[in-house]
Every structure is written in structure tokens, then in C-alpha cells.
Design a protein around this ligand. Structure first.
Ligand code: 13P
Ligand code: 13P
Ligand code: MG
Ligand code: MG
Length: 373
């Protein structure tokens, strides 16, 4: 029997330094301490703590399966401890994403974002994880389409016989709380019809059609739906499996040679360009952005992450590369163009999404001023 290994990427905005800029060291240290203890106690086999802008990211590799109460509790307690530290330091938005306090074994639906994937380890299993800041859960629809369904982007769809049967996309309707599986290439147009509506339909999982092998999982929780109002952006995460009959790492990354527009940015109320960055630039500045995206690569081995001679997980900071300079430049050009439009649509989100922001208070104040036209 091949070994079953679980990759859990769980994130939370627990509070940040200088507004919504970044997760400072004392909070990262708490996560590092707790995950080290969990590793020493053999609850998890490997971990890596990092930040995507102001979101604290816990990457954990273990053999406990998805939605495991012990793993979720570890994340939940770690986020609470870090949020308390943020509160002591009066950091901004301490405990921002800890929306509900009813933890009973699963962190989903309580605020933090979760992407999890249980895999049967192959001869070699390269993994790419993505973590975004200042954007919403639908931000991965477009690149997931490019990676798994666009033959002009992923050569393997045309060249590799293991991929020519296509992929199956699980699409979640976040308004009706329903999901459907759509198969490409046959239903490519139907898929685009749905997931082009990035504010409602989200790709939550992808499988290879030939054998139903899981190859992508992304977080789809919408904070505004949990809280009923704007409390910060979803800042989603995603796990993608690569190579040997799946898109190559290079095919997973090539869609990010160009920027594209996502909802989020300042006050979660604007369209903004995605800027793929290395970890050193994973922090949001201009107009609280532009929305940043990091991609980290690693190899799975014996239920954990392949480590160096000192026992440290080997992590490839994939966007820390001149190949993405053009996307970063495009993002700045698009950012400039959109910011010139200020608070006029389409720079600002449409009215349905603005319903979840603080603009409601302004509109309420003006409500009685309206008379028949
Ligand atoms: P695999 O088929 O082994 O994934 O290799 C594809 C490749 O060479 C990508 O550049
Ligand atoms: P975060 O969701 O990253 O905390 O951003 C909130 C915000 O309103 C930024 O302007
Ligand atoms: Mg924040
Ligand atoms: Mg954030």
C-alpha cells in the first residue's frame, strides 16, 4: 500500500505590524514554537511557518488525514496564542480572522482559511503551495483554469498521454452552498461560464480524470459570509501537486508570468492586480497592496517534507525569480491605471460586494435625504 500523507495549509490574520502590512517576528515565533513541539510529539512530521503579507501561514505535513481534530486544534490554539500576543503588543487587527469561538474539532467555518490534501505518495511528489494577501477566495479560479484546462498554457494537456483525458473541477457555489463537478476538456465552456464569476463560484478541488488522482485543493471560505459584514479579506491558500502525469512545476507557474485582476486591495473594496513575489516582498504597501501572491515548492518524502542535512525543510521560493519581473511590472502599471480612477467603478467593486463593507453606514446616513425623483 502506498503511504498516505496529508498536506495541511492553514492560515489566519492574527494581527499585524503597521496596519495590514506583515506578520512580525514575535507572532511567527509562537507558530514556530508550537509546530516544533507538535513535531517533537510526532503529531506532525514536518512544518514550515511563513507569512503572506499580514496572514500567518502554517504548513503542516502529517499522516492524520484531512480535517483531523488534533491538527485543526493545533492551528486553532496557535492562532489564538499569536492573537493574544498581537493584542498585548497592540498590533493592528489582533485576532482579525478568529471570527467564531465555537471550536469543536474543525477550524473550517470559524474564520481561518484551510487547504488540505491527502495523497498517496508517488515515487516523487513535487508540491507547490500558493498563499495570497489582500484578495478573495475566487482569486485562484483563473490560474487553476490555465493550469489544468488550458492547452495553450499547459503543454502536458497536449503532449502527455497521462493528461489528455483531462481534469475534473469541483466548483462550489458559495451563495447557495452547493457544489458540482465539471469535467474538462468536454465541459470547458460550462466551467468558464461558472468560474468566470469569481465572486460566487470557486474551484475547491481538482482531480485527474484518468484515475481521479487529487491534484489541487484551495481554501474557499468567504469571511464576509461568516461574519455577515466586512472584517478583512479571505486571503486564500492553495495546494497543487506537480509532474509525472500532472502539470509540471513550470506549467503551474507560467500563468503568473502575467498579472491579472482580483477583488480585494484597500478595504477589500477594489479590483487590484496580482503581484507574484518572493517571501522577502510578501508584504502589502501601496493602497494596502497590490495584492501579493507567494508560491513555495517542496518535495514530499515518507510522510513529511524533504529536509537538508540540518533537518530543515527544503523550500523553493518560486516567485523569487526574474522570470516574474514582467508580471510585477504589469501589476504596477495596472495598479497605477486603476488608482487614477479612485472610487469610480470598475476600480471600486460593484454594489453587491460593497454591501459587505463599511460603505453601508454612509449610505444609511443619506437614506432619508432621498425624495421621489
Ligand atoms: P514529467 O513528465 O516527469 O513530469 O516531466 C515533464 C517535464 O519534463 C517538464 O518540464
Ligand atoms: P487584510 O484582509 O489582509 O487584513 O486586509 C484588510 C484591509 O482592509 C486592507 O485594506
Ligand atoms: Mg489584516
Ligand atoms: Mg491579509
Amino acid at each position: 500500500m502506498p503511504r498516505k500523507t496529508t498536506i495541511s495549509l492553514i492560515k489566519c490574520d492574527v494581527g499585524s505590524l503597521a496596519g495590514h502590512y506583515t506578520v512580525p517576528k514575535p507572532l511567527l515565533n509562537i507558530a514556530e514554537k508550537n509546530l516544533k513541539t507538535a513535531k517533537d510529539q510526532n503529531l506532525i512530521n514536518s512544518y514550515y511557518v511563513f507569512n503572506a503579507g499580514d496572514d500567518l501561514q502554517l504548513l503542516m505535513v502529517h499522516e492524520k488525514g484531512e480535517s483531523n481534530p488534533q491538527i485543526h486544534e493545533l492551528a486553532w490554539k496557535t492562532f489564538h496564542e499569536a492573537a493574544n500576543k498581537a493584542l498585548q503588543l497592540k498590533l493592528y487587527g489582533a485576532g482579525q480572522d478568529l471570527l467564531k469561538n465555537a471550536f469543536s474539532g474543525n477550524i473550517r467555518g470559524l474564520g481561518p482559511g484551510v487547504a488540505e490534501m491527502e495523497i498517496e505518495e508517488r515515487g516523487s511528489d513535487p508540491i507547490v503551495i500558493f498563499a495570497a494577501d489582500k484578495t478573495s477566495a475566487g482569486a485562484f479560479n483563473f490560474p487553476l483554469f490555465r493550469i489544468f484546462a488550458d492547452p495553450m498554457s499547459t503543454a502536458g494537456l497536449v503532449i502527455d498521454p497521462n493528461m489528455t483525458e483531462g481534469f475534473k473541477f469541483e466548483v462550489t457555489d458559495t451563495i447557495e452552498n452547493k457544489k458540482a463537478v465539471i469535467k474538462t476538456p468536454e465541459e470547458m465552456y460550462e466551467l468558464i461560464a461558472l468560474i468566470g464569476t469569481v465572486q460566487r463560484y470557486m474551484v475547491s478541488r481538482v482531480w485527474r480524470a484518468r484515475d481521479n488522482m487529487i491534484c489541487a485543493a484551495s481554501s474557499i471560505s468567504k469571511l464576509s459570509q461568516i461574519a455577515g459584514k466586512y472584517v478583512g479579506k479571505d486571503d486564500p491558500v492553495m495546494i497543487v501537486r506537480a509532474q509525472h502525469g500532472l502539470p509540471a512545476v513550470g506549467e503551474i507557474l507560467v500563468p503568473f508570468m502575467h498579472s491579472y485582476l482580483v477583488e480585494g486591495w484597500m478595504r477589500g473594496s477594489h479590483w487590484g492586480p496580482v503581484m507574484p513575489v518572493g517571501l522577502k516582498d510578501s508584504k502589502c504597501t501601496a493602497f494596502d497592496g497590490p495584492p501579493r501572491l507567494v508560491a513555495l515548492g517542496f518535495q514530499i518524502v515518507n510522510g513529511g517534507i524533504a529536509c537538508d542535512d540540518n533537518g530543515r525543510p527544503m523550500i523553493a521560493d518560486l516567485f523569487d525569480d526574474p522570470a516574474f519581473d514582467m508580471a510585477r511590472h504589469e501589476a504596477l502599471e495596472l495598479a497605477t491605471l486603476l488608482r487614477r480612477m479612485g472610487e469610480f467603478e470598475p476600480a471600486r467593486l460593484g454594489p453587491e460586494e460593497m454591501e459587505y463593507t463599511t460603505i453601508q453606514q454612509v449610505l444609511e446616513k443619506l437614506r432619508t435625504r432621498f425624495t421621489s425623483a
